[in-house]
Design a protein around this ligand. Structure first.
Ligand SMILES: Nc1ncnc2c1ncn2[C@@H]1O[C@H](COP(=O)(O)OP(=O)(O)OP(=O)(O)O)[C@@H](O)[C@H]1O
Ligand SMILES: [Mg+2]
Length: 147
């Protein structure tokens, strides 16, 4: 996955294409933490990951407005778990979601929007990706190395 980043994405299509490549490389137990403000392109990237992992449901991964955790079965039997923590306000809320168990599960790939809200629960192998928006509107996806 590291070889895919950094990546400059001029359009939504490029962002989705990066997600597809990430989804094709994804392995059981992977945790991908996304960092980037409102409208950075996190959900767009997850749409690509879902396509790259060949999710079986007809419906595309929707921005989870009400449900914070969406799970999808994929062609290979791996589960894609998409979490959006934007609406989470407290650590108690995160605990109530059972996030710790989901993140430690080895039968799935977890992709987390607003991952800074569950920083303490992220496992050691987490891949952290920062999304920067340039003045021309394009996005740059970079790997963030955690010390
Ligand atoms: N590389 C890109 N260049 C320009 N626009 C992009 C790019 N990638 C995504 N976008 C656009 O950015 C907008 C926001 O995308 P998206 O919903 O994925 O953001 P988000 O980070 O999930 O936001 P939120 O924090 O609200 O969940 C969309 O309209 C999308 O078309
Ligand atoms: Mg989003």
């Amino acid at each position: 996955m590291t070889s895919l980043l950094p990546r400059a994405c001029a359009t939504e299509h490029d962002t989705e294409e990066l997600g597809i490549e990430m989804g094709q490389h994804a392995k059981a137990g992977d945790v991908i933490a996304l960092y980037g403000g409102l409208g950075a392109g996190k959900t767009c990237l997850v749409h690509g990951v879902a396509a790259g992992m060949q999710v079986l449901e007809d419906e595309r991964v929707a921005s989870p407005t009400y449900a914070l955790v969406h799970e999808y079965m994929t062609h290979s039997g791996l589960i894609l778990c998409h979490m959006d923590l934007y609406r989470i306000e407290s650590m108690e809320g995160i605990e109530a979601l059972g996030l710790e168990d989901l993140l430690g599960a080895h039968d799935r790939v977890c992709v987390i929007e607003w991952a800074e809200r569950c920083e303490k629960l992220l496992p050691k192998n987490t891949q952290r990706i920062v999304i920067e928006t340039r003045s021309d509107g394009s996005r740059v996806f970079k790997e963030l190395y955690h010390s």
